[in-house]
Write a protein that binds this ligand. Structure first.
Ligand code: PEP
Ligand code: MG
Length: 594
């Protein structure tokens, strides 16, 4: 990753990971909670009780603050996000956190701040011993909770985040999802953090709230002290501190261009994604949270092509029951009507874990007991979700999508469980759509090879290119050391997609793509040439894809595909397609300089 680049004019440029697009220029509000000076102070035995009382009071105050934030979130209609606060509230009462701290205070006769810091170090060590992305995330949650308690101990005041004025850009080592939600309440215009990645909770929440953000800058907090002018470009992942007047001017122009570009693109939102020669491509949205439905509609998606339901299971203490599933899916079906909503069944495992579900520690979780494999191992958990989906199916058009299918037996087994779920509902005299479509995600190479077998028993295919690339090219999608090999245009990927689409065509079933590739307009002509029925993507990407579709012809796509299939490397294909798009859309695609 490109690091801080000092310029002769005094400005400092940083490159990180842009997680929410948009350009903002503002003033730095530095959140320094992680750098709070915590010194060790000896106390006397006589002071011990007062010290323990300080600890209890700080916890109670922290809990009251979290409850207040939660209340405000609920009032703003963002109840969906409040579960994170519930986790933090529970952590405030965590035995280890409390007992260890009290033990250190009483046995070592030290101040509470120091004792709490020691407890945090112990908990962090315990988490570090577990090699698991999910637990790393939980470590951060504990840290946020401790930070809040410490803040109340040190300053005896409310969290600094609540004192931030409007229109500031927050720079922090890290922000918890709870902080992120508050930032929006305070109308902060952007945020920048040292740590984090595209798929961290914070990034996901920031995207759904549409606050421009750049994360993973490693040490930006060391370069600012608050009050500086700062520019962030969430599209490019760029951050500039103390920009020169010329740079500010440049970014004002870029900002205007970006806003113009967004406004222009929005004009495509209500239009049909139909090529000049009459080929209609259904452009749908991927969502993680039910609160994103307004964006689905605003950006003109024709329904939801992928609802990642695992987010319903995360950050909580127990499994959602049938009623909860039903209520969420009913709302989804009703609000996206007359379009369809594709609900993907639980895709847990890999990098997504729920603490209350026992999954064995695995050497290679991406290939372990996850997704459909887990659901087939736990049929009752699976059936509860299926009953919820079935019950909602009379309130709109719902389809079921199965993740990680690698062989046809899994599909058959699911059908058996689905039949049981239907029979149970019949027994309870509850209506459902008896013909509810059952689709398969094609994201494992074996599923590509046996696509013909699967197509005869599935109602539709949705190609998950994120995992298909990971498994076909043997590249861990979250490992930055091999990210240079993560090439969507690798001939193996293009051929795999073509094979799946051709097979679906031959067998007469619908086929779409719901991986990140679908959102990139660079590939749209290729997909038109392949003859895909559906592309599903994060909602804001929808208008840009509609634009390309409406300005091109299917025939043009077929000609491009023919050429693409001749190339032997991803680089050659990319060069070709970039040049093609730069010719066709000079305003959107810079001419490649390679
Ligand atoms: C995919 O693998 O392409 C996909 C859409 O699913 P996820 O990103 O949730 O694994
Ligand atoms: Mg996947």
């Amino acid at each position: 990753m490109k690091k801080n680049t000092p310029h002769a004019n005094g400005e400092k440029a940083f490159k990180g990971i842009g997680v929410t697009r948009g350009i903002v220029i503002g003033e730095v509000a530095l959140l320094e909670r992680h750098r709070m000076a915590l010194s060790q102070r000896r106390i006397t035995a006589g002071q011990m009780h007062a010290e323990l009382r300080r600890f209890e009071e700080a916890i109670e105050k922290s809990k009251a603050q979290l409850e207040e934030v939660k209340q405000r979130i609920v009032e703003r209609g963002l109840a969906q996000h409040s579960y994170i606060l519930d986790v933090h509230l529970k952590l405030m009462d965590d035995r280890m956190l409390r007992d260890e701290t009290i033990k250190t205070i009483t046995e070592q006769l030290v101040n509470t701040e120091w004792a709490l810091k020691k407890t945090l170090e112990k908990i962090a060590e315990a988490f570090d011993a577990i090699e698991d992305e999910y637990f790393k995330g939980r470590k951060e949650d504990v840290k946020h909770v401790v930070d809040r308690i410490l803040h109340n101990l040190v300053e005896g005041e409310t969290s600094a985040i609540e004192e931030i004025e409007e229109n500031m850009i927050v720079v922090a080592h890290d922000l918890s999802p709870a902080d992120t939600i508050q930032l929006n309440l305070q109308r902060v215009i952007g945020f920048v953090t040292d740590i984090g990645g595209k798929t961290s909770h914070t990034a996901i929440v920031s995207r759904s709230l549409e606050i421009p953000a750049v994360v993973g800058l490693e040490d930006i907090t060391a370069y600012v002290s608050g009050g500086e002018t700062i520019i962030i470009d969430g599209t490019e992942g760029e951050v500039i501190v103390d920009p020169s007047p010329a740079t500010i001017k440049l970014y004002h122009v870029k900002q205007q261009q970006y806003r113009y570009f967004e406004r222009e693109l929005l004009k495509y939102a209500p239009l049909r994604a139909e090529t000049q020669d009459g080929y209609h491509l259904t452009v749908q949205a991927n969502i993680e949270l039910i609160d994103e439905i307004p964006s689905v509609i605003q950006y003109g998606a024709e329904g939801v092509g992928l609802y990642r339901t695992e987010y319903l299971y995360l950050n909580r203490k127990s499994l959602p029951d049938e009623e909860e599933h039903f209520a969420v899916y009913k709302r989804l079906a009703e609000e996206v009507a007359p379009y369809s909503a594709t609900i993907r069944t639980l895709d847990l495992g890999g990098d997504k874990f729920a603490s209350y579900i026992e999954l064995a520690e695995e050497m290679n979780p991406a290939m372990g007991l996850r997704a459909i494999r887990f659901c087939l191992r736990e049929p009752e958990v699976f059936k509860t979700q299926l009953r919820g989906i079935l019950r909602a199916s009379t309130y709109g058009k719902i389809k079921i999508l199965l993740p990680m299918i690698s062989g046809v037996e899994e599909l058959r087994e699911v059908k058996g469980i689905l039949k049981d779920a239907k029979d149970e509902l019949k027994g309870r005299k509850i209506a459902f759509d008896p013909e509810i479509p059952l689709g398969v995600m094609i994201e494992v190479p074996s599923a590509v090879v046996i696509a013909d077998i699967l197509a005869r028993e599935a109602d539709f295919f949705s190609i998950g290119t994120n995992d298909l690339i990971q498994y076909s090219l043997a590249i861990d999608r979250v490992n930055e050391h091999v990210s240079y090999l993560y090439e969507p245009l690798h001939p193996a990927i293009v051929r795999n997609i073509k094979r799946v689409v051709d097979t679906a065509r031959a067998e007469g079933i619908e086929v779409g793509i719901c991986g990140e590739m679908a959102a990139d307009p660079l590939y749209t002509l290729i997909f038109l040439g392949l003859g895909l029925d559906v592309l599903s993507m994060h909602p804001i990407a929808v208008p840009g894809i509609k634009k390309v579709v409406r300005r091109c012809t299917r025939t043009e796509g077929e000609a491009v595909l023919k050429e693409v299939l001749q190339f032997t490397t991803a680089k050659d294909t990319e060069l070709f397609i970039r040049q093609k798009m730069a010719e066709r859309f000079p305003e959107d695609f810079a001419q490649s300089t390679e």
